[in-house]
Design a protein around this ligand. Sequence first.
Ligand code: ZN
Length: 893
Amino acid sequence: MSETTGKKEMEKAYNPAAAEAKWYAFWLEKGYFTPKIDKTKRPWVCIMPPPNVTGALHQGHALFVGLEDAMTRYHRMLGEPTLWVPGSDHAGISGETVVERNIIQNEGKTKNDLGREEFLKRVWAWMDEYRNTITNQMEKLGASADWTRLAFTMDPQRQRAVRVAFKRLFDAGLIYRASRIVNWDPKSLTVISDLEVEMEQEQGSLWYLRYPVKDAPDQFVTVATTRPETMLGDTGVAVNPNDARYNNLVGKTLVLPLVGREIPVVADEGVDASFGTGAVKMTPGHDPLDFEIGQRHNLPTINIFNPNATVNENGGVYAGLDRFVARKKVLADLEAGGYLVKTEPYLHNVPYSERSGVPVEPLVREQWWVKVGPLAQPALEAAYDGRVKFVPERFKKVYTDWMENIHDWAVSRQLFWGHRIPVWFCDNCGHVQAVEEEKLTACEKCGSTDKIWQDPDVLDTWFSSGMWPFSTLGWPDKTADLDYFYPGSVMETGYEIIFLWVARMIMFGMHFMDGQVPFHTVYLHGIIRDEKGAKMSKSKGNVINPLDNVKEFGSDALRYTLLTSSTPGVDTKLSVTRIGDSRNFANKLWNATRFISLSGLEDLPYQAPALQPDAPLADRWIVSRYYELVANVTKNMELYQFGEAGRALYEFLWGEFCDWYIEVSKLRLNSPDPATKLAVQQTLVGVLEGSLRLLHPFMPFVTEELWQNLPHEGESIMIAPWPTVTGQPDLEAVARFEALQEVVKGIRNAKSEAHVESKRVAAIVAARPELKDLFESEADTIIRLAGVDAAKLEIVADTDLAEAPRQALSFVTGGATVYLPLSGMLDLAVEQTRLSKEIEEARKEIEKGEKTLSNSNFVDRAPAAVVAKEREKLAANREKLARLEGRLADLAV
Ligand SMILES: [Zn+2]
């Protein structure tokens, strides 16, 4: 394709859809996404956070694709063997929920109606369909991931890896089975992790209940609770040993109302004496703290709930009632029996399941647990000593704080969909074993073949994603990939899953890969919000669909917007207007390239931009600025400051290259002298070609399309080398060109403020003596770019100017004082009237602002931001007044 360079005229307008399809297919066909293992070079590796196969992609996915693809393309251009491994996640509980919801809607059946086997068939069908959708969508976003290595957390290779990992942990005693209090989701009917519980503050009540002391009919202990129905499972009352109020009660026995059970009063340091009455009812079966205290005092644990949170047979007459119905009934009966002392309104936190949205029911279940301590210690040290770094750095503390207090990890889930726990029980001899194979044929101890059965639960979905950095490379086999590409380089993901995922990858990576950290850098991005900062949600109707954006503005426009709106670790506000602006940027580059190519580039040899000491000022300026750009963009890419890098490219390409250099170069481009024309073409092409390479990681498609239309070396921009410069920028040329820019901009501004539209005004440039030659030699630039009459431009040294011209607009720049004589430009009387009116308005505004700000009531009470804004407004108005007065003075005879 590079052969067609410059031979065909470019279309008038850029068509993103056509270019995107064409170039993506070309890159794929060339195999650019698949790195070659080269042991003489260090690879750069990024393992993609596998999107959940629960639906289509959203802006969060578009952001991570943009970020990771930008890093990947940058490193590929640096010449490193670059691997970006794509994949998707089976999404455990979310996957199961979304598929079941679908079946309920369409067939009116639940997963239990279908049974495990049939339900799993349906889940697989869903997964196969949506995995393809997700892959196609990532391609549309330009992802240069190595699709030949595409992985799925539930594919056979990864299933085997999970079984092997589980067995190794099991055999090492790092996985154990224990009854503990867990977060039970009574709707999804499974355990969920602490990280999947959302606390919501609610206005509830605090009920004071009195429990009679055994054999002392007049004595009671009053306890306070937000969940009176749980008293059915009470097995004690606890007080703080330092609480003098209850000294004489410890050791006594109480009789539980409604139930009649005899329960002890125990003393425990864990009791908060300031809560309620200081005496706390103990329900070890349904409260984590009570469970802990209960363990210390051997209080029995009684579970009073069925899995769906109705009361079970342990609740006596309340059995079968929903927990909230039971609450009302228990309260009514307590009141009738004289056991309800009082009720107070109470604001408290209620735990909700993030998945199903119902209140979590803490209860005691037998679960498989990972003993985290031995895994966490090395993973902590890797953060302390910097083997794993965080971007932004503040997340290091977030990570270490959590890891220092980490609890064991309950890994079993009561679901159908997921990695089946590879533990088999033998009813013949009681042996329990973990196995690497999918099925166990005989008990390893007694050889029984018919009394063995597999644990019905599946693993927490984060178990398999925690293995992602090495399971995707072929572990547990000793593959060439694993040998070369592990450890990886950067893990890029959302800050909200730093514990759920990042911490577990570091623990598992170090444990299973001989202590080697899975990546040296963790880059954390924020959440994409709407332009007002609200979370996007279907119910709010503020969702911006990335694929709609791609269709309307092009993939590059969306990527560029996401990358330049985002700062590491900070949430991003996304507006469609900005995506439109980015589309305009792509169009601007298209027009610039087309303009340059129309000058005839057929025979132009490719040449990197180089500073020529004898070149015209504009050339030395743009090449110097290009040198600075290369250094600036490279530095920011290394620092993961993609927003900074992207903005610098925009400012250079649009603000300097297009708006100034192309304009200035037009005269020479039309020169009859071939050498003059060639020189300027070479600079135009060299600077643009290099800048397009710098922009490629942000806007891969349009840069490839444009690059192919310019003289270049190589087959594709995506495998072209990252630009470097050897020379130093000519800072004097930069300063001189900027002095010229200031004069041109000043004249434009002055004309615009005075509403003068003529392109042929008179101007006197009173230059600093050492810059007189600059303005003389660049007179053409002033004439053309500022709209000055060539015959009426005077350039003098300011020391030679005896007297300031009268009736002229004037302004001062670093290099000159410029006067624009007004005769013929505007009607003096009309302008004076207009200015006087504006001056009066400005004065009124200032008066108003001063009054507001002298009002202490406003200054003290209004939000600081509002006051600051008012101050800014006042300052701006004062400045405006000074400018208007200066202009009126200029008009005076
Ligand atoms: Zn056996």
